[in-house]
Design a protein around this ligand. Sequence first.
Ligand SMILES: [Zn+2]
Length: 308
Amino acid sequence: MRNKVVLFVVSIISLSIIMAGCGGKSEGGEREKPLVVATTTIIANITEEIAGDRVEVYGIMPVGGDPHIYQPVPGDARMIARSDLVLLNGLELEGWLTELAQHAGGSRPMVTVTDGITPLEDKQRHGEPDPHAWFDVQNMHYYVDNIVRGLITIDPDGAEIYNERAAAYKKKLDELDVWVHEQIESLPGDRRILITSHDAFRYFGEAYGVRVMALQGISTEAQPQTKDVVELVRAVRNYNIPAVFIETSVNPKMLEQIARDAGARIGGELFSDSIGQPGHEGGTYIGMVRYNVRTFVESMMQEPVAGK
Ligand SMILES: [Zn+2]
């Protein structure tokens, strides 16, 4: 009799271990929230906007991190191993993700949120796709639709809620898009030039009619070349540009040097590949776009630095 009880207890323990290993069940037997892993802070934010509190969202990238050169930590593989869904930007932004997902093992849906977008190509680098699709606000309709598709795959009961919240969010995106156009159009034509550290704003330039020049290409992996520095200094002088812009996720040193050499101000810090800290205006995708555009327009409205 006693042996039977022991055996029963052991079985219960093994069963709980097996269930814990599967994830998704809490001790009370209730379904825990599905875990969604998002690679970038931008994707994490939009997923939270759409999913509300129906899922737990874990962002791999820290706020202010640079996704081009990110070094995954062991905790990332553990979170992917526990996750029900992985959302990635794609367009070759997260080169480090494939190996990470392999380490995590198992199988789960991986949804590329840029699916459906026709990418811009980088002419200087043999036509690889430019990953920074998020700076054309219209592209975010694809991000939203792909995120909704992923969420419904793992939580079909939430479909109605996800679709409703996505529709409300898309309305905000459309308002944002109109506002960005108005802001840029308020600048004189010869001031619609954006000089930054790395080439994250080409979609922005295409969508809103801004000429974009950057020190580094679309990835921060390559080192800036002296000829690029010289070219940018010349451009600032030739076009009488009042300000150049550093980025929150890129080392500002070289661009500060260019500003000094060319006689321009640092117009401010733009959010490029990461949103800002919670509580900062740039702490959401919509907030970061508003912050960037206002920073750009206000600085470019100023007179160029005298006597250069
Ligand atoms: Zn970038």
